[in-house]
Design a binder for this molecule. Structure first.
Ligand code: 5GP
Ligand code: ZN
Length: 139
């Protein structure tokens, strides 16, 4: 289903033009308007889903296969030194467009970007408790 108020639905379904590097019946891969680096691309499902929690299993399986194809093509075409796959869910995680998208970001030595986190600390008992909570929530 498409959401008429969603810009990525319109882009994914071709109603708004975009620089497309790949398209099939389920996905469109476009270049980001404000790229972190040369070649920064976004994988968009054509169906509206706001985030990973709303994603069906088939789309979830196919999106990473596609990410792997795009990443391999980027490596070859752009001769990048690395690639980050980034996928934000929720405002707290930095999501700004609420239609699922996966960032494929080619990285170049000294490209000046910093896609990182500050390592924290944890105790074994705390890790065990957290793991048990997540395990209990898995279906
Ligand atoms: P988020 O922060 O939600 O993970 O990422 C949203 C991304 O979409 C940003 O990198 C932003 O530059 C990109 N973006 C937002 N609007 C448009 C658009 O209309 N066209 C394209 N190609 N990229 C967009
Ligand atoms: Zn949408």
């Amino acid at each position: 289903m498409m959401d008429n108020n969603c810009i990525f639905c319109k882009i994914a379904n071709g109603e708004i033009p975009s620089t497309t590097v790949y398209e099939d019946d389920m996905f469109r891969v476009i270049l980001d308007l404000s790229p972190a680096t040369k070649g920064h691309a976004l994988i968009l499902p054509k169906q509206h889903m706001a985030n990973i929690y709303e994603m069906d299993e088939t789309t979830a399986q196919k999106v990473f296969v596609l990410a792997s194809h795009i990443a391999t093509a980027m490596k070859k075409a752009l001769n990048c030194d690395g690639i980050n796959i980034v996928q934000n869910n929720g405002e707290a995680a930095g999501q700004t467009v609420f239609h699922f998208h996966m960032h494929i970001i080619p990285r170049y030595i000294n490209d000046g970007q910093n896609i990182n986190w500050i390592p924290g600390t944890s105790e074994p008992e705390e890790r065990e408790k957290i793991a048990q909570t997540i395990k209990a929530a898995l279906n």
